[in-house]
Unconditional design. Structure first.
Length: 713
C-alpha cells in the first residue's frame, strides 16, 4: 500500500478514546453486535460469554483468540485491534462514482470479492462473500441504499462509515491502495464542539424583519396638444388663397397684387405643414423618452422593494428554521442550540408548517381606483405581489395559552413531534420541561426515542415526564400535581404581581384516559398559563376539546392544515404541515448528549451531596480530627446545612447564643424534613466529638433517621 501520512489511530469506536481502546469484537450473527474492551474496562460479559484481556491477548470464556475472523463455541467473531486495523478519513468528488473493490479501476483497491460503489447519494453493493453488514443488518446479494449520515458498511476486510463532513474507513490489513486521482485523504475533523459534552450558549444573533415603506408612482403621461390637427392648421391659409382668387375675379383688381397675397398664403401653408410634422416628430420622441424613463423608474423601484422583500423571507426562515433544517444544525451541534431564554420575545415560539402571510413591508401606489388602464393594473398587481410572503413559517407561540390540535392520530403525532423538537432545539432543558400522557402503544412505537431527551427529565421532581401507564401516572402525575398546587399558592400570595416560574412545563395530552379521576383535572379546567404550564390537547375532533383551549389547529392530512384561531382570534390561515423526520431519533440522541452549562450566577445548586457541600472529594479531606480539636461547643454548635449560592455556606446553630436552644422543623410530606435533620446531625458529628455533643433520636417514621445515624458513637 502507498505510504499515507494522514493515517489515524485505531479509531473504530466513535464513543471511545482510541488510545484507551484495546480490542473491538464483532459478533457475526443475523444482526451485528459490537463489544469494545478498553484499558479502563478490560472485561465485559455479553451474549452469554465473558470477554477479557489477559497479557494483551483477548480471551473469550477463557479461550485465547487470534485476530481476524474466528469461530468459537459455534459463534463467529471478527476480532480487531490496533495491530490489524487502521483508520483513514477521506473525501471524493461526488460528481463521479467511487468504487471500492479489487478491480483495477477501483478508487480504493481492497481485498475480497465484494464491490461497493458510492454514486452521489446512493451506496450500491454487489456482495459475493459472507459476513457483510449494512447498518448492523446482515445482507447478501445486490443492494442500493440511500446514503445517510452515520450509515455503516462492514465486510471481513474493512468498515466504511459516513461521517458528517467526510468518509471514514477502517481497514483490517495492509492490502489496500488509495488512488490519489479518486480520493483525498484528510485528517479527522472534529464532530463535536469544544468542551463536549459541556455546552454553553453562544451570543445570540437577533435578526428583525424589515418594515420599510414604498410608494409606486404612475408614469407622467405624454400630453399631445389639442386641436392642432394638420387640417385645422392649413385651412386658414388655404381659405385665404381661395378668397384672394375669388376677390380678384370678381373685383377685377390688380391680379399681380392678388397673386402676391396668394403666394404669401401658400408660403404660410407650407411653413405650417412643415412645423406640424416637426412638432409631431418631437412629441413622438418625447413620448418615447418618457416611456423609457418610466420603465427605468419602475425597474429601479421594483429592485429597491425586492431586496428588503427577499431579506424579510430570509429573516423569517432564520427565525424559525424547518425541523428538517434543525436536524442538520443538530448534527453539527450548531451554536443556535438553546439560544432562546425566558426574557426573549420569541420564547416558546414555534412553526406549524409553511404558509402565505402578509408582508411586513408597506407598498402603496398613487393610482386612482377608477383608473382601469393597463399601466394602472400593472402597478396594482406589483403592489399586491409584494404585500404577501409566500411559503414562510407559520408561527405560533406556546406561551400563555392552551393549544388544541385536531386531526388523525398519525398526522397529529408527526406534528406534535415537530413542535416539541423545535422547542427542545431552541430552549434549554433548564428553562423548559416536557410532560406527555400517551398510550403504551404510542410510547413503544414513537415516543420511546424521546426518553433520553433531558427536557423530559423533570428538574423539580427528578423523574421522567413520559407517562404511559397507571403506575407512572400515580408517581409522576401526582408529584407534578403537588408541584402545581404549590405554584398556585404562590400566585395567590403574590396578588397582582406576576410570578415567573421556571422551568416552564409543556403538558401534552395525547391519551386522556390516564386523567380519569385524577386531581389535576381541577387545574386543567382552568387557565394554567399563570402556573407556567402550556397544555397541548390532541383530539380527532374539535368537539372533544375542553373549553379552556384558546388556540385551535386543524391538521386533516399530511399536506393540509389550518390555524383556525390563535389566542381566541379567528384566523383560518391555511398551511402545509412539516413532514415526518426520518433522522429524528439521531437528532434527539445528539441533543441528549449535551450538558448545558449556564453562565455563573451564584445560584442555589439543584442538589449537593455531603462531600460536595463541604467541597471535598474524599472523607479523609474533611480532616475530622482537626475539627474536633478546634471545636468550641461552649460558644457555638453550628452545623453546615446547605448553600445560598456557590460556596455561600448556610449554617444552623442551636446554641443559645445562636438560633437555639430549641427548634421546630416543619414541612409537607416529601418536602425534605428528614433529609434536613440528617444533614444537620451529620454536620454536628463532623465538627464536634462525642464528648462535646450527645444525640438522643426518637424517630416516629420507621427509623429512617435513626438507622442512618446508628453507627455514630
Amino acid at each position: 500500500m502507498a505510504q499515507i501520512s494522514v493515517r489515524e489511530r485505531f479509531f473504530i469506536d466513535n464513543r471511545l478514546n482510541p488510545s484507551d481502546l484495546i480490542f473491538v469484537v464483532y459478533s457475526l450473527g443475523d444482526r451485528l453486535k459490537k463489544i469494545s474492551l478498553t484499558q479502563t474496562s478490560p472485561s465485559v460479559k455479553c451474549l452469554g460469554s465473558l470477554f477479557g484481556v489477559v497479557n494483551n491477548k483477548l480471551h473469550i470464556d477463557g479461550w485465547s483468540t487470534e485476530l481476524g475472523c474466528q469461530e468459537i463455541k459455534g459463534m463467529r467473531f471478527l476480532i480487531l485491534s490496533r495491530h490489524n486495523a487502521r483508520t483513514y478519513f477521506f473525501i471524493f468528488n461526488t460528481s463521479k462514482k467511487l468504487v471500492i473493490s479489487s478491480d483495477e479501476f477501483a478508487g480504493i483497491k481492497s481485498p475480497g470479492k465484494t464491490r461497493l460503489i458510492l454514486d452521489q447519494d446512493r451506496l450500491i453493493v454487489d456482495i459475493k462473500e459472507a459476513d457483510v453488514y449494512y447498518n448492523d443488518q446482515k445482507i447478501v446479494g445486490n443492494h442500493a441504499f440511500s446514503i445517510l449520515e452515520g450509515a455503516s458498511f462492514l465486510t471481513p476486510h474493512y468498515l466504511l462509515e459516513k461521517r458528517p463532513s467526510q468518509w471514514k474507513i477502517t481497514v483490517f490489513s495492509d492490502d489496500f491502495t488509495f488512488e490519489p486521482n479518486h480520493v483525498l485523504l484528510q485528517k479527522r475533523k472534529s464532530e463535536f464542539p469544544k468542551d463536549f459534552p459541556d455546552y454553553r450558549r453562544s451570543p445570540r444573533l437577533n435578526l428583525e424583519v424589515p418594515t420599510d415603506k414604498f410608494k409606486l408612482q404612475g408614469s407622467s403621461k405624454h400630453q399631445e396638444k389639442k386641436g392642432n390637427s394638420l387640417l385645422k392648421m392649413i385651412l386658414p391659409p388655404l381659405m385665404m388663397i381661395g378668397i384672394t382668387g375669388v376677390t380678384t375675379l370678381l373685383s377685377g383688381r390688380d391680379a399681380l397684387m392678388m397673386l402676391g397675397m396668394g403666394s404669401a398664403s401658400l408660403l404660410t401653408t407650407t411653413f405650417t405643414v412643415s412645423q406640424f410634422f416637426t412638432e409631431k416628430k418631437a412629441n413622438k420622441l418625447s413620448a418615447i423618452e418618457e416611456k423609457e424613463n418610466d420603465l427605468a423608474y419602475l425597474v429601479s423601484a421594483v429592485g429597491e422593494i425586492t431586496r428588503p422583500y427577499k431579506r424579510e423571507k430570509e429573516v423569517l426562515d432564520f427565525q424559525l428554521p424547518s425541523p428538517e433544517k434543525l436536524t442538520e444544525m443538530t448534527a453539527a451541534y450548531h451554536s443556535r442550540i438553546y439560544e432562546r431564554q425566558v426574557h426573549n420575545k420569541d420564547f416558546l415560539t414555534v412553526s406549524l408548517g409553511r404558509c402565505d402571510t402578509p408582508s411586513s413591508l408597506t407598498v402603496e401606489t398613487d393610482v386612482n381606483d377608477k383608473d382601469l388602464s393597463h399601466e394602472a393594473k400593472h402597478l396594482k398587481t406589483l403592489a399586491k405581489q409584494f404585500s404577501t410572503q409566500r411559503q414562510v413559517p407559520t408561527a405560533i407561540s406556546l406561551l400563555d395559552q392552551t393549544l388544541g390540535l385536531v386531526g388523525a392520530h398519525d398526522v397529529l403525532e408527526t406534528s406534535l413531534e415537530n413542535l416539541l423538537f423545535q422547542t427542545a432545539f431552541f430552549h434549554s432543558y433548564r428553562d423548559v420541561n416536557f410532560i406527555s400522557l400517551l398510550s403504551r402503544k404510542a410510547y413503544q412505537e414513537t415516543w420511546q426515542n424521546w426518553r433520553l431527551l433531558p427536557h423530559f427529565k423533570l428538574q423539580e421532581l427528578n423523574m421522567r415526564g413520559l407517562i404511559y401507564n397507571e403506575k407512572l401516572r400515580d408517581i409522576v402525575l401526582n408529584a407534578f400535581y403537588q408541584r402545581l398546587i404549590k405554584r398556585k399558592q404562590m400566585v395567590e400570595e403574590a396578588g397582582r404581581e406576576k410570578v415567573q416560574f421556571s422551568p416552564h412545563y409543556i403538558l401534552t395530552i395525547v391519551d386522556d384516559a390516564l386523567l380519569s379521576g385524577h386531581g389535576i383535572n381541577e387545574l386543567l379546567a382552568e387557565d394554567m398559563s399563570e402556573l407556567g404550564v402550556t397544555v397541548i390537547w390532541c383530539k380527532e375532533d374539535a368537539n372533544q376539546l375542553p373549553e379552556t383551549v384558546v388556540s385551535l389547529v386543524a391538521i386533516p392530512s399530511t399536506t393540509n392544515g389550518q390555524l383556525i384561531s390563535n389566542h381566541t382570534v379567528y384566523l383560518a390561515k391555511p398551511f402545509v404541515p412539516y413532514p415526518a423526520l426520518p433522522d429524528l431519533a439521531v437528532s434527539l440522541i445528539k441533543l441528549a448528549n449535551l450538558n448545558h452549562l449556564e453562565v455563573e450566577k451564584n445560584a442555589v445548586p439543584e442538589s449537593l451531596s455531603l462531600l460536595e457541600q463541604y467541597e471535598v472529594k474524599r472523607i479523609e479531606e474533611l480532616d475530622i480530627a482537626r475539627r474536633w480539636s478546634q471545636a468550641q461547643p461552649n460558644k457555638s454548635i453550628k452545623s453546615l446545612i446547605g448553600w445560598r449560592g456557590k460556596s455561600d455556606y448556610v449554617y444552623w446553630d442551636l446554641h443559645e447564643r445562636g438560633h437555639g436552644p430549641h427548634a421546630l422543623v416543619g414541612g409537607t410530606t416529601g418536602s425534605g424534613k428528614s433529609e434536613f435533620l440528617t444533614t444537620y446531625l451529620i454536620g454536628l458529628a463532623i465538627n464536634f466529638s462525642p464528648e462535646d455533643i450527645g444525640m438522643l433520636i426518637i424517630d416516629w417514621k420507621g427509623g429512617g433517621i435513626a438507622n442512618t445515624l446508628d453507627k455514630f458513637s
